[in-house]
Write a protein that binds this ligand. Structure first.
Ligand SMILES: Cc1ncc(COP(=O)(O)O)c(C=O)c1O
Length: 395
């Protein structure tokens, strides 16, 4: 067996892989599967974005770009940040275009954390934060998100976990896996705590456009007391259905960008040149595709919420963002892995067990509704039928 670096000892292959494997086996047996485990929009990238990338290739945009990214793309990002997020950002010194938001997260952790530094991450969490912090040698401190609080971050829970080694807090709203959008009030309190303890705030806003029921997306960097220490992470994967293009960006003050760009220089150098041309077209071109996509997600979300209203003993915090729902199915008994396995084998519904997102995800499963409305409706009908026989109605 190869002797791996110690830092890799606690890093497993993605836990979602298990679901993929089980799904493959069942599909091979001819079973119908409702694919609620996949976290990528089932939409195509809008045509004008593809055209711009093709044109860039034909025009010979095939060399390295600046480490910071194409100037015109950074310009477009700064205009977007002003228009959408009320952030005034210098495109020359405060933005790096990255290989997906994923790279931005890794750059932030590697660039800003020392071994033993502590990072506060709301739990359940998107595990990428956990493992990037781990690669940096940092200690991950989960901050519980509780169903009873509608999965809103509880400022007291944050405050209680702060030590002299706490360096960073991760904020992700709209949130993967709960689908919750933190309120302005919650975020203002988080900002006040971060300012008081001089923490870096890494705000992953990749789902900002996918919000429902009039929820408000608030960018952390708009709170003046933390503006200097906030890193805004965003990307093109979700808003423009561009997951495979691998394009994101990080925005922060020049001193922070100056650190992060050195991580970027010695890892990826720059994001793919012609893909950046596509992203430039995405920001500068028509935005209707986003509203269409969000409308479609909303129909699926409503179908899920309605289905759960009819399941006695199950509960669901109504998601108002991203394309995830995180119901509590503990009435089925057993742990979330067992619950997910039962759902898959008995109904064909493939979900990710809540515990895969951290300790506080136990009892829940994550439903991603990035599949078709028909898959949502048929899967929910299968769930209702299964639930009737599996969970005795309590009087
Ligand atoms: C919270 C969150 N941030 C970032 C990403 C990935 O972004 P990208 O494709 O830009 O790397 C995901 C993907 O699932 C996500 O859930």
């Amino acid at each position: 067996m190869v002797q791996q670096a110690e830092r890799m000892n606690d890093i497993p292959f993605s836990s979602i892989r298990k679901v993929f494997e089980q799904v493959d086996q069942l599909k091979a047996q001819g079973r119908t599967i409702y694919p609620y485990y996949i976290g990528r929009p089932n939409f195509d990238t809008p045509a004008h974005i593809k055209e711009a990338a093709k044109q860039a290739l034909d025009d010979g945009l095939v060399a390295y770009t600046s480490n910071y990214g194409l100037p015109e793309l950074r310009q477009a990002i700064s205009q977007k940040l002003l228009a959408d997020n009320r952030l005034t950002v210098d495109p020359d010194r405060e933005i790096i275009v990255t290989v997906g938001a994923n790279e931005a997260v890794l750059m932030a952790m590697l660039g800003l954390l020392n071994p033993g530094d502590e990072v506060l991450i709301p739990d359940p969490m998107w595990l990428h934060y956990f493992y990037c912090a781990h690669l940096a040698g940092a200690k991950i401190v989960g901050v519980p998100l509780r169903e009873a609080d509608g999965f809103q971050l509880d400022p007291d829970e944050i405050e209680r976990r702060i030590t002299p080694r706490t360096r960073m807090i991760v904020v992700n709203s709209p949130h993967n896996p709960t689908g919750v959008v933190y309120t302005r009030d919650t975020l203002a309190k988080v900002a006040a705590i971060a300012a008081k303890h001089d923490l870096f705030v890494m705000s992953d806003e990749i789902y900002e456009k996918i919000i429902f029921d009039g929820a408000e997306h608030v960018s952390m960097a708009t709170f003046p007391e933390i503006a200097d220490k906030t890193l805004t992470v965003n990307g093109f994967s979700k808003s423009y259905a561009m997951t495979g293009w691998r394009l994101g960006y990080v925005v922060a003050k020049p001193e922070i960008i100056g650190v992060l760009v050195r991580v970027h220089q010695y890892t990826t150098v720059c994001a793919t040149s012609f893909a950046q041309a596509g992203a430039n077209a995405a920001l500068r071109g028509p935005q209707e595709s986003i509203a269409q996509m969000v409308g479609e997600f909303d129909r699926r979300r409503r179908a899920i919420v309605e289905a759960f209203e009819g399941l006695p003993g199950a509960s669901l915090v109504t998601p108002t963002g991203a394309f995830y729902a995180f119901p509590n199915l503990s009435a089925l008994g057993g742990d979330s892995e067992g619950i997910a396995r039962r759902l898959l084998t008995e109904t064909g519904i493939a979900v990710v067990p809540g515990a895969a997102f951290g300790e506080y995800g136990e009892g829940h499963v994550r439903i991603s509704y990035a599949c078709s409305l028909a898959d949502v409706e048929n899967g929910m009908a299968a769930l209702a039928e299964f639930w009737r026989s599996a969970v005795p109605i309590q009087s």
